[in-house]
Structures are given as structure tokens and as C-alpha cells.
Design a protein around this ligand. Structure first.
Ligand code: SDX
Length: 424
């Protein structure tokens, strides 16, 4: 549905189309604003700016709603599987049994890496951060699959890219982890299912069914989140028609930041610091409130959710289940729960609608599963890959998509003449 808004600025009256989405969200279409008036809009961090129309994920931050292709995250976490959710995000519908089996077979075709990629992995020092390893190795895949360098996103490329990256990224992560502990890599066994195969490649031996199910739920919860920082990065790079490996590698790098996906590692480091400091989390809450202290409560707050992050609620329950199943008493979980309880009653956090987000509890589960802390953000990559790929595909299939090229307001020096060094 479209109607018009009127903008009066400096004596001029400009009409702007009003766009209404399928969930009643309303936007002003400013795509012709500059041509009509010479005026642009300015919105630091795109806090109020929509970059695209998308049919993949719907969020309602005020109500704490998250749906993938219309399906509530709570139902998908309870009833679906990560590979089925990946199919749904990418292909718009839940798969039939035949489609699901075919998708699983496609992923299973990529149960190994080119020798050259294994060679690259072996060159990284064991101390390398997994995010740097995963990002650069994903980008390096373009050197071994030149067919992807075709700037047109052909059906072959679109049909191959998701199962290939899902198959190979878990091997990249597991093989590098095994190198860091001085162990040989373990071959992928796709017949075990996506999450169970990853865990057996990481740790070997029998993987507990419930542990694999807990990881599968975590991956579902991380699978997409509309136009977050990393998904927007994938779209920006994809909009130049760079190859899909380059777009995904850029998304991995954007996720690395501790304000974004890097927060799950930062939460664990924060909880460890609180524990080491004697467990007085109130001291850290005061630090987070102190404007002169750069410390922020990691895992708290969100650009969109001004209510509970629905994923955090589900992860908190999964946390209790996994720790009970593994018979782990983790004092960090007690600190996290205490921190949450105090923060949710504190005026500073209440006033700013700061709630635990997806990263607040996820690290505690990863730690219980034996994942090293510096791999937590790479685990976010494993989950978010189908979402990034779905955003990339939607962009490349959008006939109205343009190369991302924002404007700016210049605030620098006005014109001035060059001065010879002897006269400066
Ligand atoms: C993810 O976008 C997504 O969808 C991301 C994600 C996804 O699935 O892709 O959900 C995943 O990235 C979750 C967020 C993980 N990051 C963290 O947990 C890091 C800690 N959180 C903050 O840095 C912050 O809350 C952000 C970055 C998440 C959101 O920042 P915004 O939207 O830019 O909000 P802001 O910085 O303008 O904060 C508003 C106010 C400020 O105080 P005032 O200037 O109004 O006095 O809230 C304060 C901030 O100082 N604030 C915090 C805080 N978060 C915001 N104060 C203390 N601790 C915090 N964590």
C-alpha cells in the first residue's frame, strides 16, 4: 500500500511516497528526494533507515518477535532442525521430505576441502583468532572455485553456494581447531546430521544426542536477523557483484566486532573477570553505568529489541538443560543470572530498555560443549551463514537492487589554494 507524505523544507514542499510493509511497518521512500530537491537525509549508523525491502526475517523489537519467513522462532527452535531452517530461509518455504533429503545430500557432497585450502589452514599459527582464519579461508575459496567469479549470480551458483559453504565452513572451523590442539583433523561424516557431524569433527568419539540438539537449537537461533551489521555488509559487498565468497567473508569480518557477534566471547571474558574479581557483579554494573568508563555490559542491549531478545529466553532454558545433562555446575552461569536479575531492576537499564541479547547466555553453552572461548564468534558464523546467504540471494535476485553507495554531508575545509612548503 502506498500514499504520500509531504515534506516542507526551506519554502519547498516535497511529496514522498509512503510504503507500508506486510506487518504494517511504514517507511518514507526517499529514493527520489535528492533529484527533486537537492536534499539528502543523514542518519548516523542507519538507526532509522531501511536499506531494502526483504521477505526473509521479521523482527518486532518492542514486542520481542522474531520470525523466519513468517514462522515464529519459538516453533522453529522446538520443532525444526538447523539444515531445515537453512533451506527455509534460502528457498522461502519449508522443504518437503524429498527436498530436505536432496539438500542434505548436496551439503554432504562438500565433506572435504581442496588440498590447497587445507594447506592454507596449516599456515596459520595455532594462536591465530578463528575469525581471521575463517574469514580469510572463505575468501580463499574463490581461488579454488573460479566458476564463482562470474559476476552474474546464475542458478548454478545460487544452487551450489549454500550447501557448499555449509559443508565446507564446518570443516574449516573443526580442522583449524584440531590443529590448535595438536591433533589430526577428523573426517566429516554428514550422515550424523549437521550439528552432530561438526561436534564429532571437533572432539571425536560419540556425541551425546541432547548435546547435538542443543547446538542445533543455537544454530537455528543465530540463523538470520534481518539487516544487522554483518548482513548489511554482505549486501553492500554483494551489491557490487563481487563473488559470494567475498561477500560472506566481509560479513564474517563485520560480525567479529565485540559490539556485534564478538559479544559472545566478550560476555565470557566479562563473566570470567567478575569471577576473578570475587564475583561482585554489582561493581561491574556500576562500571557499565558510568559514562566515564568505556566498559559496557556485554550481552546486554540491542539496536532493535527494546524488550527481551526472544532468542535469549530460549538460550537461557537450553543453558539450564545442557548444564544439567552434562552435570556441570558452572559458577559463570550463576554470575550471569545474578547480573541479569540486578540489571533488569536497575533504573539505568530499565530506562534504556537494555535486556539480555542473544549473546548473553550462548557463550555459557558453548563453554559447556567444550568450544574454546575464542571460537564462540566463529560459532555465530556457523549459525548465521544461511541468513547471510539468503540476504545475498534476495539482493542478487532483486531487479531494483542498486550498488550500495551512500551520500554524506561534507563538514571539512572550504576551497583553499596550495601553499609551498617554504611558506607554511
Ligand atoms: C548482536 O543487530 C542485530 O540484530 C545484531 C544481533 C544479530 O543477531 O545479528 O542481534 C547480534 O550483535 C547482539 C548485540 C551484541 N552486542 C553486545 O552485547 C555489546 C553490548 N551492547 C551494546 O554495545 C549496545 O547495546 C549495542 C551495540 C548492542 C546497541 O547499541 P545502540 O543501538 O547503538 O545503542 P546505543 O549505543 O545508542 O545505546 C543507547 C544507550 C546509551 O546510553 P545514553 O547515551 O543514552 O546515556 O544505552 C547505553 C548507551 O551507553 N547502552 C549500554 C549498553 N548498551 C547500550 N550501557 C551499558 N551497557 C550496555 N551493554
Amino acid at each position: 500500500m502506498s500514499d504520500n507524505a509531504k515534506l516542507d523544507v526551506r519554502g519547498e514542499s516535497i511529496e514522498l511516497p509512503v510504503i507500508t510493509g506486510s506487518e504494517g511497518e511504514v517507511a518514507l521512500d526517499i529514493s527520489k528526494l535528492r533529484a527533486q530537491s537537492g536534499i539528502i537525509t543523514l542518519d548516523n549508523g542507519f538507526v532509522n533507515t531501511g536499506s531494502c525491502s526483504s521477505a526473509i526475517t521479521f523482527l518486532n523489537g518492542e514486542k520481542g518477535i522474531l520470525r523466519y519467513r513468517g514462522y515464529p522462532i519459538e516453533q522453529l527452535a522446538e520443532k525444526s532442525s538447523f539444515s531445515e531452517v537453512a533451506y527455509l530461509l534460502y528457498n522461502k518455504e519449508l522443504p518437503t521430505k524429498a527436498q530436505s533429503d536432496k539438500f542434505t545430500e548436496q551439503i554432504a557432497k562438500y565433506a572435504s576441502l581442496p588440498d590447497g585450502i587445507n594447506g592454507i589452514l596449516n599456515q596459520f599459527p595455532a594462536t591465530a583468532h578463528p575469525m581471521g582464519v575463517v574469514s580469510s579461508t572463505v575468501s580463499a575459496l574463490s581461488c579454488f572455485y573460479p566458476e564463482f567469479l562470474n559476476s552474474e549470480a546464475t542458478d548454478d551458483i545460487k544452487n551450489q553456494a549454500l550447501p557448499q559453504l555449509m559443508g565446507q565452513i564446518k570443516i574449516i572451523m573443526a580442522n583449524f581447531y584440531r590443529k590448535t590442539i595438536g591433533k589430526d583433523p577428523i573426517a566429516s561424516n554428514p550422515s550424523l546430521g549437521y550439528s552432530k557431524d561438526f561436534l564429532q569433527m571437533m572432539f571425536g568419539g560419540e556425541v551425546d544426542k541432547e548435546v547435538a540438539e542443543a547446538l542445533d537449537i543455537l544454530l537455528i537461533l543465530h540463523a538470520d536477523h534481518e539487516q544487522n551489521c554483518s548482513a548489511s555488509t554482505v549486501r553492500v559487498v554483494g551489491s557490487s557483484h563481487a563473488n559470494v565468497f567475498a561477500s560472506i567473508s566481509a560479513g564474517i569480518d563485520a560480525l567479529w566486532g565485540q559490539l556485534h557477534g564478538g559479544a559472545n566471547q566478550a560476555v565470557l571474558e566479562m563473566l570470567e573477570a567478575i569471577k576473578k574479581d570475587g564475583g561482585d557483579y554489582k561493581k561491574f554494573i556500576d562500571k557499565a553505568k558510568d559514562k566515564n568508563d568505556p566498559f559496557r555490559l556485554m550481552g546486554f542491549g540491542h539496536r532493535v529489541y527494546k524488550n527481551f531478545d526472544p532468542r535469549a529466553k530460549i538460550i537461557k532454558v537450553a543453558c539450564d538443560t545442557v548444564l544439567e545433562k552434562l552435570n556441570i555446575q558452572d559458577p559463570l552461569l550463576d554470575i550471569a543470572k545474578g547480573l541479569e536479575e540486578v540489571a533488569l531492576k536497575d533504573e539505568y537499564f530499565v530506562q534504556r530498555n537494555l535486556y539480555p541479547n542473544v549473546d548473553f547466555y550462548s557463550g555459557i553453552i558453548y563453554k559447556a560443549l567444550g568450544i574454546p572461548t575464542n571460537m564462540f564468534t566463529a560459532m555465530f558464523v556457523l549459525g548465521r551463514l544461511p541468513g547471510w546467504m539468503s540476504q545475498w540471494k534476495e539482493l542478487r535476485e532483486d531487479p531494483a537492487a542498486k550498488i550500495a553507495r551512500p551520500r554524506q554531508i561534507y563538514v571539512g575545509e572550504n576551497e583553499r589554494n596550495y601553499v609551498d612548503i617554504k611558506d607554511r
